[in-house]
Design a protein around this ligand. Structure first.
Ligand SMILES: Cc1cc2nc3c(=O)[nH]c(=O)nc-3n(C[C@H](O)[C@H](O)[C@H](O)COP(=O)(O)OP(=O)(O)OC[C@H]3O[C@@H](n4cnc5c(N)ncnc54)[C@H](O)[C@@H]3O)c2cc1C
Length: 400
């Protein structure tokens, strides 16, 4: 191998993680179809993820994790492998990190020690509550409130489309308070918190609405200082957004594999589909899409692992590139497979549906492009992602 080649290899530690993720994904293949159609957490898949120890990647080493701090490249390469086999498995893994990250970075030490080791062992399930029925991308418009009464915080509001709602053990809830926006740690069994399931989406997902009515938690459950909520959200986004790109690459690669297998095995007009008309070029174009997205995702994830905030523009670029690539590749794969690509319950049909939401959550493509358009390419890193001194809108639009 040339020196140049070695420079572009993942370090051994990450390749080892990929091997672990492949072993887990393989062990979950028999229940993937069932879990991916479920709108509650599949207990068997949860048990297998817990037994693998991979959820340890989602918290810092001091609390039972694998890396000194949560490492974007590690999360990204694991998600790539898991998402190729099961969206449910990928979501279960990723949300342990996304839901608990504000606790990792801003909770008081006793709260961290109580909860984060449980997150790493999957004994506690995390969730992050930002979105509301009338508020998605523009998070500064949220109406959920938190107020301090003595040594308690009182939270009132309605969060919508929350991953893991109903199965989560705790929620990190974004709310308005006098000092600005704050994140509050709310255990799921706190009186006044209830969950409904008004929506099911085209790619089933553990989703629900969280209603908070006079919910009281100790003042120590405020994550960080009063008004630090958006800063914490930005840190969460900066660490995890690029991992969506990893998951999208996994979905795209799996779709391409399906299309290649089908086109190589099926003959029409006396030859394999893979040699017919534009089909080879379609497959090659998908390969280009997958490899380009993977390179962009790894590069951004490696930069985010070193300094997530400075690399937010790269993470944003990778998220857009990979999720848009996944949409093209899954669509092209269905086309190559003809009617067999449309069969309900088939792997390709599942991948086609799973690719779609990725362009909307954790920053819709157009919202991210809007933020990127505000960055001059070699700009002050922290201004990327829409961070404008004195501005109010773009961070909120970015953070959903
Ligand atoms: C599977 C799934 C899981 C989710 N999990 C969670 C969760 O765990 N926690 C949580 O809080 N939320 C969650 N969400 C909600 C998600 O964060 C929102 O869907 C997302 O923020 C977009 O908000 P919206 O859907 O209300 O779209 P809107 O904000 O209504 O935007 C609709 C469209 O308008 C365009 N648009 C909006 N603003 C701009 C802009 N500024 N510039 C250019 N175009 C713009 C975009 O095309 C966008 O797709 C989840 C959603 C899905 C689908």
């Amino acid at each position: 191998m040339t020196t140049e080649g070695a420079l572009f290899e993942l370090p051994a530690r990450y390749r080892q993680l990929q091997d672990e993720a492949r072993a887990l994904a393989l062990s979950c293949a028999d229940i993937a179809a069932r879990a991916d159609e479920a709108d509650r957490i599949d207990p068997e898949m949860r048990a297998r993820l817990a037994a693998s120890g991979l959820a340890e990647v989602t918290v810092a080493a001091a609390y039972g994790g694998r890396f000194e701090a949560v490492d974007s490249l590690a999360v990204t390469v694991v998600r790539e492998v898991l998402a190729g086999v099961s969206a449910h498995l990928d979501s279960l893994f990723a949300m342990q990190g996304i839901g608990s990250f504000p606790v990792s970075t801003a909770a008081a030490e006793p709260l961290r020690q109580e909860w984060l080791p449980r997150v790493a062992r999957l004994e506690a399930i995390g969730a992050l509550g930002l979105t509301e029925p009338d508020v998605g991308s523009d998070l500064r418009a949220i109406t959920t409130t938190v107020r301090q009464e003595g040594d308690e915080l009182v939270v009132d509001g309605h969060k919508s489309f929350i991953t893991n709602a109903g199965d989560a053990t705790f929620y990190s809830i974004l709310a308005r308070e006098e000092a600005g926006y704050s994140l509050v740690f709310v255990p799921a069994d706190t009186p006044g918190l209830s969950v409904t399931h008004p929506h099911q989406i085209i790619a089933p997902h553990v989703l629900g609405d969280v209603i908070l009515e006079g919910v009281r938690v100790p003042v120590g459950n405020r994550l960080g200082a009063p008004g630090a909520g958006f800063k914490l959200m930005l840190a969460t986004l900066a660490t995890f957004r690029v991992s969506v790109a990893g998951a999208a690459v996994g979905v795209a690669q799996a779709a391409l594999d399906e299309a290649v297998a089908h086109a190589s095995g099926r003959e029409q007009f006396g030859m394999p589909l893979a040699r017919l008309g534009p089909v080879p070029a379609m497959l090659a174009q998908s390969w280009v899409d997958v490899e380009s997205a993977r390179c962009t995702a790894y590069r951004a994830a490696a930069a985010a692992a070193r300094d997530p905030l400075s690399a937010l523009h790269l993470s944003s670029i990778a998220k857009v590139a990979a999720t848009e690539a996944a949409a093209r590749v899954t669509d092209r794969s269905v086309q190559v497979m003809g009617r067999f690509g449309l069969v309900r319950g088939s792997v390709i049909e599942r991948l086609y549906r799973e690719a779609r939401p990725m362009r909307i959550y954790e920053g819709a493509t157009e919202v991210i492009l809007d933020s990127l358009a505000r960055c001059k390419p070699p700009t002050l890193p922290r201004r990327c992602g829409g961070w404008r001194p004195g501005g109010t809108g773009a961070l909120g639009r970015d953070a959903g």
